[in-house]
Write a protein that binds this ligand. Structure first.
Ligand SMILES: [Zn+2]
Length: 305
């Protein structure tokens, strides 16, 4: 049996939000089994809770924003990617503001804090979305699809910028791969867009300290890129954060081309509507059940355990 996990202890951090540019404090508490990942807007009267679930998505412009009962919370995807990427099933995330801190634009600071806090197992088995048949969403030249197989994400982006052009990256869904290959990849933006956002009162906290900024020829950040294909790695980070909104880890081979938070959300709605394409699966050591004949690595490792 593979048990659900939560944090071994609570942890806290403060950072500025990308859009408002003001400091936000976040405290993450351990939670009991089957609670899932749940946010609390601790700065609002009544401390409203917002479940990290795709049915709570209220906006997908530039970031994923959740809302429940009138309360909203923006830019949840990088922290959710770190929680899911490191195998945290249950946590209560108290946020004292309307958006998550952007930190350095990646999930590395979150992943480091979570790794320091450590995880503990809960006395309840973890369930998975086991993919049995392909599901695809296609919008113009964008697509997102999942097929049965060993859990992995392949992402392709294509920008006319000389430093990006066509980038494709594949990562297995394992916590070690997430920590070293995906979590450090920073969000990126184009100088013209950043200037436009600031004139609209957005991205007020945005700087070279929390994003890779590209002008027409190259990178403005003096330290350069962390990986040659940092941009596509960050897209994998974003989709992993959005995947956490399914509520259960996905066991399947995911492929995304030119994706966006909006495309990810459309895909989840399609996936949920095609109920014969997946089933909820609880691995059992007793029966030695194998989810799919093409699995090569042990499921325990493959599923970010
Ligand atoms: Zn992002």
């Amino acid at each position: 049996m593979l048990w659900q996990k939560t944090l071994a202890r609570s942890l806290s951090f403060t950072g500025i939000g990308l859009h408002r540019g003001i400091p936000v404090t976040v405290t993450i508490y351990p939670a009991s089994a089957n609670q899932g990942l749940r946010f609390v807007r601790a700065d609002l009267p009544g401390r409203p809770q917002i479940q990290a679930h795709f049915t709570r998505v209220v906006d997908t412009t530039r970031a994923t924003t959740l809302g429940e009962g009138g309360a909203t919370l923006a830019t949840v995807e990088h922290l959710l990617a770190a929680l899911r990427g490191l195998g945290v099933d249950n946590a209560l995330i108290q946020v004292e503001g309307p958006e998550l801190p952007i930190m350095d634009g990646s999930a590395a600071p979150f992943a480091k804090l979570l790794a320091e806090a450590g995880l503990r197992s809960l006395p309840w088995p973890r369930a998975y979305f086991l993919i049995r048949h392909p599901v695809e969403v296609r919008q113009g030249n964008q697509f997102m699809r999942v097929t049965p197989g060993e859990p992995s994400i392949t992402y392709t982006i294509d920008f006319s910028h000389p430093l990006i052009r066509r980038q494709r990256y594949t990562v297995p869904l394992k916590s070690q791969s997430f920590y070293s290959e995906i979590a450090p990849a920073r969000t990126f933006g184009f100088l013209k867009e950043v200037q436009h956002l600031k004139t609209q009162g957005l991205a007020l906290g945005g700087s070279l300290d929390n994003a890779v900024v590209l002008d027409d020829n190259g990178v403005l950040n003096p330290e350069g890129l962390r990986f040659p294909e940092e941009c596509v790695r960050h897209k994998i980070l974003d989709v992993m954060g959005d995947l956490a909104l399914l509520g259960l880890p996905l066991l399947g081979r995911l492929e995304v081309s030119r994706g966006s938070h909006a495309l990810h959300h459309s895909f989840f709605l399609r996936l949920m509507s095609q109920e014969n394409a997946w089933r909820i699966w609880v691995p059992s050591q007793r029966t030695q059940e194998k989810p799919h004949s093409s699995f090569q690595s042990p499921l325990w490792e493959a599923a970010a355990g």
